[in-house]
Design a protein around this ligand. Structure first.
Ligand code: OXD
Ligand code: MN
Length: 591
């Protein structure tokens, strides 16, 4: 039975079901009873495997098709009416053409299947930050994952009322055919169509598709920001908490930073880190300040490398009500395992594809490198008590970062807002040996939004640069780099919990408690202002980590110019950023 009388919603569902031709339509209401019945059904068909309910209560394992294990950037499209609006960094196709092409693929795609209608809210229903979506899908895995990652509830229909103000998402696994896989966004129609994939990043439409690509477009229109950022709170021993939001490209430890545990001495003194979000921040100006929320309700984290040592909070988060995808199944006790969890791989196990696997003798990896856990945020021991605060948490600082072996110092600060936006725009990360054959190639990933900005990135920078007009108190902007290496290629900075020392310096700068040294690229810490007690890092090493190599930065400027060239066609690079680039060049020349 339909859960809403909203004619716009009903007409749209009619249209989609006429196209995809499901056998039946099931309205998801978010109740535990309904979700439990779906879990049972998915187990009966093999779509899910129930894990050891004593050790992992409420946990399930899912295996995706082996050809369908990651986001497909080359098949992800922004279908704005004008190609110019999608910008030079997105794939573009005209909406009419894309609708026509995908209609053929969607035609009858749900025959013999059920279409589930999922009403979901990004952030707390009814709050000033909330935005609503409805996803139609033929996958129970999607229903159950959306119920973890977003707020799935029929209250969403009250939020939408009789308006058409919701994101329309249509998803079908179809045949999981990689050649006919498309993730298409129609920003002018508030519509997302995703077909022939079952992988989370492509099909949990609330996440990258809505909360970043569509929301970035909404944010531009409505004067707010949708960012690929974690949010964390740092509470000092006096009980005062300051919040920072940080953007890093993938494989730079965003979830680890979001759930960081400070070094022992700090914990003893009463410092705490609170997790507000690990992947997405919606940021709005209010009363001259910026406030942020995490619009998600769970963590879709990369499993391999998550351990008691690297991220105990993430590991605890996966111990109940979690769906694991493409990890190892330990047949002895029906639990899960992945590379980097511990040094005891199971011997009697199935690998991510369900093949017999012995971790002691295997020459192949047991878990897929992009295997995931989908875990409720409420499981996280460091979850901030303010994570659902309706009007968000105030942001004291933005942090950008990447993986740079030599160029970027451990931390530096922007000279002001426009310089900070410039630093975000030139963000890059070097490829690692594990990811490609070419080591050390810089992939530019401005604000870590390259695959997620739903419009021209130059216009996006302009939007960022303009934001300060709405602010009396401008958050400070910093850049960090945990990944400097020595001549042997070993990391110099210990990272993980020790990164807290850098966060502490950042907050001291925000509070005006410490000075700095000027440099061509921005403000550097005075080495004595970063607390190294108990870190094992010497002041000499720290000094090395804070050096700025002028010759390398001159090369960097060449790389930035090359990247900026892409935007010449639409002429969208803001004047403010061109000026910043010229200043950097000048300062390097005079250094
Ligand atoms: C990503 C993710 O790919 O969060 O950025 O999954
Ligand atoms: Mn992400």
């Amino acid at each position: 039975m339909a859960l809403t009388a909203n004619k716009i919603i009903l007409d749209w569902i009619d249209e989609c079901s006429a196209l995809t031709k499901p056998d039946k339509i099931v309205w998801i209401d978010g109740s535990e009873e309904q979700l439990e019945a779906l879990r049972a059904e998915a187990c009966s068909t093999g779509e899910l495997i129930k894990l050891n309910q004593e050790k992992l209560p409420g946990c399930y394992l899912h295996r995706s098709d082996p050809t369908d294990v990651a986001r497909v950037e080359d098949r992800t499209f922004i279908c704005s009416k004008s190609e110019r609006d999608a910008g030079p960094t997105n794939n573009w196709k005209a909406p009419d053409e894309m609708y026509a092409q995908l209609s053929e693929i969607f035609d009858g795609a749900m025959k013999g299947r059920t279409m589930y209608v999922i009403p979901y809210s990004m952030f707390v229903v009814g709050s000033p930050f909330a935005k609503y979506g409805i996803e139609l899908t033929d996958s129970i895995y999607v229903v159950l994952s959306m119920a973890i990652m977003t707020r799935v509830t029929s209250k969403v229909y009250d939020g939408i009322g009789d308006s058409g103000d919701f994101i329309r998402g249509l998803h079908s696994k179809a045949q999981i055919d990689p050649e006919k896989r498309y993730i298409a966004h129609f920003p002018e129609d508030n519509t997302i169509w995703s077909v022939n994939s079952g992988y989370g990043g492509n099909v949990l439409l609330g996440k990258k598709c809505f909360a970043l690509r569509m929301a970035s477009v909404l944010g531009k229109k409505e004067r707010w920001l949708a960012e690929h950022m974690l949010i964390l709170g740092i509470e000092n021993p006096q009980g005062k908490t300051k919040y920072v939001a940080a953007a890093f490209p993938s494989a730079c430890g965003k979830t680890n930073l979001a759930m960081l545990i400070p070094p022992e001495g700090y914990v003893k003194d009463g410092w705490k880190v609170w997790t507000v979000g690990d992947d997405i921040a919606w940021v709005r100006p209010r009363n001259g300040k910026l406030y942020a929320v995490n619009p998600e309700n769970g963590f879709f984290g990369v499993a391999p490398g998550t351990s008691e040592k690297s991220n105990p909070n993430a590991l605890v988060s996966t111990k109940r009500n979690t769906i694991f995808t493409n990890v190892v199944q330990n047949l002895d006790d029906n639990t899960v395992w992945w590379e980097g969890m511990d040094k005891n791989p199971p011997e009697n196990a199935l690998d991510w594809q369900g093949n017999p696997w012995n971790g002691k003798t295997a020459s192949t990896k047991g878990a897929h490198p992009n295997s995931r856990f989908t875990a409720p945020a409420v499981n996280c021991p460091s979850l901030s008590p303010k994570w659902e605060k309706e009007d968000g948490v105030p942001i004291a600082a933005f942090i950008f970062g990447g993986r740079r072996a030599k160029t970027a110092p451990l931390v530096y600060q922007a000279r002001g807002w426009e310089h900070g936006v410039f630093i975000g725009s030139i963000m890059g990360s070097e490829t690692t040996a594990a990811a490609t054959g070419e080591v050390g190639v810089t992939r530019r990933d401005p604000m870590a939004m390259l695959p997620f900005c739903g419009y021209d990135m130059g216009d996006y920078w302009f939007h960022w640069a303009e934001m300060w007009n709405d602010l009396d108190r401008i958050p400070e902007i910093f850049n960090v780099n945990w990944f400097r290496t020595d001549d042997n290629g070993d990391f110099i900075w210990p990272g993980f919990g020790e990164n807290f020392r850098v966060l502490e310096w950042i907050l001291k700068r925000v509070a005006g408690e410490v000075g700095m040294t000027d440099s061509p690229i921005g403000y550097l810490p005075k080495p004595e202002d970063i607390n190294l007690d108990g870190s094992g890092v010497s002041i000499g090493t720290l000094k090395d980590l804070l050096t700025v190599d002028t010759a390398l930065w001159k090369d960097e400027v060449k790389g930035i110019k090359e990247f900026y060239k892409k935007f010449e066609k639409n002429n969208t690079i803001p004047e403010a950023l061109k000026k910043q680039l010229a200043t950097l060049e000048e300062r390097l020349a005079n250094a």
